[in-house]
Each structure stands twice: as C-alpha cells, then as structure tokens.
Design a protein around this ligand. Sequence first.
Ligand SMILES: *Cc1c(COP(=O)(O)O)cnc(C)c1O
Length: 414
Amino acid sequence: MDGTPFRYWDHQLFCDDADLTDIAGAAGTPAYVYSRQGIVKRFEAYDLALAGIEHRVCYAVKANSNLSILRVLAEAGAGFDIVSGGELFRVIRAGGDPARVVFAGVGKTRDEIEYALESGIHGFNCESEAEIALIDALAGRLGKKASISVRVNPDVDAATHPYISTGLRDHKFGIDIEQVEGVYQRAATLPNLKVEGVACHIGSQLLDPAPLQEASGKLLALALRLRTGGVPIRYLDLGGGWGVPYRFDDPRADLASHLGAIRAMVEGQGFTLFFEPGRSIVAECGVLLSRVLYRKTTPRKEFIVLDAAMNDLIRPALYDAHHEILPLRQPARGTIRADIVGPVCETGDFLALDREIPELFPGDLVAVMTAGAYGSVMASNYNSRPRPAEILVEGKTWRTVRARETFTDLVRGE
Ligand SMILES: *Cc1c(COP(=O)(O)O)cnc(C)c1O
C-alpha cells in the first residue's frame, strides 16, 4: 500500500490520519471510505506533469460519481469526462463548470445531447456519423455551434481485460482510423459544428504505457493530416486508462514519465491536450470496509463470510479482479487460506478466492483495498441489499458523503 493514503499506525489501519476502526464503529459496515487528500494529490500529479503545455484534465465521472468527490475535483480545477446526461447533472450539482465537460459514449440520446448543448459543455466526443448529424441538427435548432471531436478507434491492443479493452477494430467504440478522414471531411461541411478535435480511449487498467503511446502517435499523425486537409484540429484528447497496482507487490508504472513522453511528442504544434483519467485518480484512494460475519469450513475449503458482497463491489465477480484484503487491526496471528465471500445467493459472490489471509474471526473488521474506482458506482440492490454508506476523510476528520440506504429507499418508486 506504499504510495496510497492507507497505512498501519500502531497496528491499526488508518486512512490519512483517521482510524478506520473508529469510522466502521460509527458509520457501520459495509462502507466505502475515501481520502480527499489522496484524490487531490493524484489529480495534481497530472496537472503538474503537464504544466507549461495547454492541457485539461477531465476526470472520468463514471469511475466514482459521488457529488462530494466531484466537488473536491472541481475545486482542484478539474474538467469532467461524462458518458450520460445523469453524469452531467451530477457535475453541475457538484459545482463543476459545464464549459470543462467533454461528453463521450456510443449511445447519446437526443435528450442528453440537448441537455448538454443547453448546459454549454465544452464538446462532444462523437462515435458515429449518425450521432454527428444529430448533434448538428439539434445544435441548429437551439441556435448553437457544437464543438466536436471524433473518437477514433486506432486499432491498438491495450492488453488488458477484454471487457475493458476498447481500442480494437472489433470493438463498438469510436470510428475506424482507416475510415475517419472521410467522416471528418463530411462533418466539416455541416453548418452547426466546429470540428476541432481528435479523441481516443483504448481501454482501462493499462499497466504498460506502450499501447497508449502508440495510440497517441497515431492520433497525432491523424490530426496533422487533417490540418493539412483543411480541418483545423486544435484538441488532442488521449483518453484515460492509466492503471493502478491492485496487488501490493505489482510494480507501479511512472505516470510522470509517460506524460513526459506524450508531451515531447506533441509539444510546439499548437494542440491543447486532454486527458480523461478515472481509475488512476480515485482507485487507490478508496477502500470498502466490511465486518466478518461467520467462518465456515467444508471438507474441502474454508470460507470467511463478510457483510460486504458482490452487489457492493462487483469487480472480482465481473473482471476476476484482485483486491487486497487487510484486517483493520494488524494481527499477531498466523495466516489461513480461505475464500472470502459475501451473503448474496450466487456462487460468483466472492471478493477473493483461495486467498492467504491473516486469521480472522467473526466481528473482525477488514478493508477491501483499492476500491475507490468502479466500486460504489457499480453497486446494486441485488438481494434487496441497501447500498453502503460513503465516507470522505479529510486529515483526521471524516464525514458521511452518502447515507447508507434504508429499506424504504429500496422500495421507492415501486
Ligand atoms: C471509462 C472512460 C475513461 C476513464 O477510464 P479509466 O480507466 O478509469 O481512466 C475515460 N474516457 C472514456 C471515454 C471512458 O469511457
């Protein structure tokens, strides 16, 4: 957990200067806990590495869309990358500046496009010609000029989990780089558009900078060709996707040197660089706190049953993701090997399989680490389980930034 806001202090696990055992006692479990300072620090790392070149860091809201986290990032100067009208609503609610919002996604609806135009967002990252035509028509009706970029599919293998790889020719995302120049030429003739950017996003949890740099090189070459062809490209949006070490012994790739390489590639050519990081801003700044309910032994296996389940954190079930699990009180005990599971009625309901872990007993508290991204946002009410509370730590104080759901919340609207 080096380089994260979490560490043991006198055998107790802390988030910054707040004792997680105190938080679990007061707020109950399961609960997500985030470090404000950690989030700001990670955002600033992007900003710092790009200082001196025109840039905008647009936090990808889908990674964690809690209003308080959006507010923290808005105050730090972030823009936002959204994929729905609901995310735009959240950004505005949190005090984010719509003029710093880019709107991505393959299936933007008419209502969402109108809402975005009326809100005055920076621009749309478009994924099909039909979408470009619709944006042009709606902008015309509203008397606006819409800034667009085309999301290019650069046909680069991001070498990550197939569900979060997005930049290969067979994926639904973007427009094929071989076909995109014609799309730009046609879009440039539409009256209500400013065609001024190229964009890509090749996948998530990328631990090797090489595919990102390959895609960036292809995008830059495309932007220069388009300029020569008379399309005045000003914006290069290189997407998000930077990975984090989910295993504590995984190496940490150097973000600053990666950004430095990209910067060297594009510097002095009059582009404003956009990045859309999500996971790398919030993943390591959050944990899911949970309490051990039971231990159970079958003839073949040992199980530790937690009060957190796949409905709270689906990444292990969905992506085979690894999350380290730490006891809040550092034990003097030995280790056992067990499956760490939740109460949901699915065999896929596990947080860790066949994991060596310090011996735990009912009542013990644990933290599921690196859960700040794609955790709470993917939580559901499956098995009619209220979604967890969310807590934001600032120094040694903390506050609830989303109340634990109640049974009444579960049936609202039915
Ligand atoms: C999900 C997404 C991101 C953020 O990806 P991370 O891996 O969380 O950095 C950025 N841009 C687009 C278009 C996305 O869909």
